[in-house]
Design a protein around this ligand. Structure first.
Ligand SMILES: [Zn+2]
Length: 178
């Protein structure tokens, strides 16, 4: 199991948080954000209103990375965030994952751990694939983001629902006139 790589929970968690906080139909109340973390393998016993308050600006910061139109822009944004989030990589075997890497200092709170994990996993994805694997959903009217860690890497939609409701021919026509 490659728990240090982008196939760990951080990439999906980053997209889910961005969508909850910044998309038009997102729900960003405390319970919803707790659900985002729990749904992506984070321990949420320590989740409080203060955690949620720290995660909302983090979502807006990450959204800029998903929206980056060039690799240079994405790299600059990620490097600025990496300079802002104190890291202290260490090995941990506290749970059923077995021995694995944590990025944040051991004593920090849940929001800090979330920032560190999502940032490192997104950075690894961009190192491996540039910005081809991250973006904003191609469905008309959808402003949700996606991060694609599949083998094929052809994802352009936030969800199967958006992919299905988007007529491929209409999509291509729209691309031609752009
Ligand atoms: Zn969508």
């Amino acid at each position: 199991m490659r728990v240090t790589g982008y196939k760990s929970h951080g990439v999906g968690a980053a997209a889910a948080l961005v969508n909850a906080v910044t998309s038009a139909e997102g729900v960003a109340n405390d319970d919803a954000l707790r659900g985002v973390l729990a749904g992506h393998g984070f321990f949420v016993d320590a989740f409080t209103a203060a955690t949620a308050a720290q995660l909302r600006p983090w979502a807006r910061a990450l959204r800029a990375v998903f929206e980056a139109e060039t690799l240079d822009t994405a790299v600059d944004l990620l490097n600025a965030l990496l300079a802002d989030v104190p890291m202290h990589p260490h090995l941990s075997d506290h749970d059923e994952l077995g021995l694995h890497l944590h990025y944040a200092p051991p004593e920090v709170d849940l929001a800090h751990r979330f920032r560190a994990t999502t940032l490192m996993n997104l950075s690894e994805l961009v190192c491996d694939h540039g910005i081809d694997r991250i973006g904003v959903c191609a469905a008309p009217g959808c402003d949700r983001v996606y991060a694609d860690d599949s083998r094929g890497g052809r994802r352009r939609f936030c969800s199967d629902a958006c992919a299905n409701r988007t007529n491929v021919a209409a999509f291509r026509a729209r691309r031609r006139v752009r």
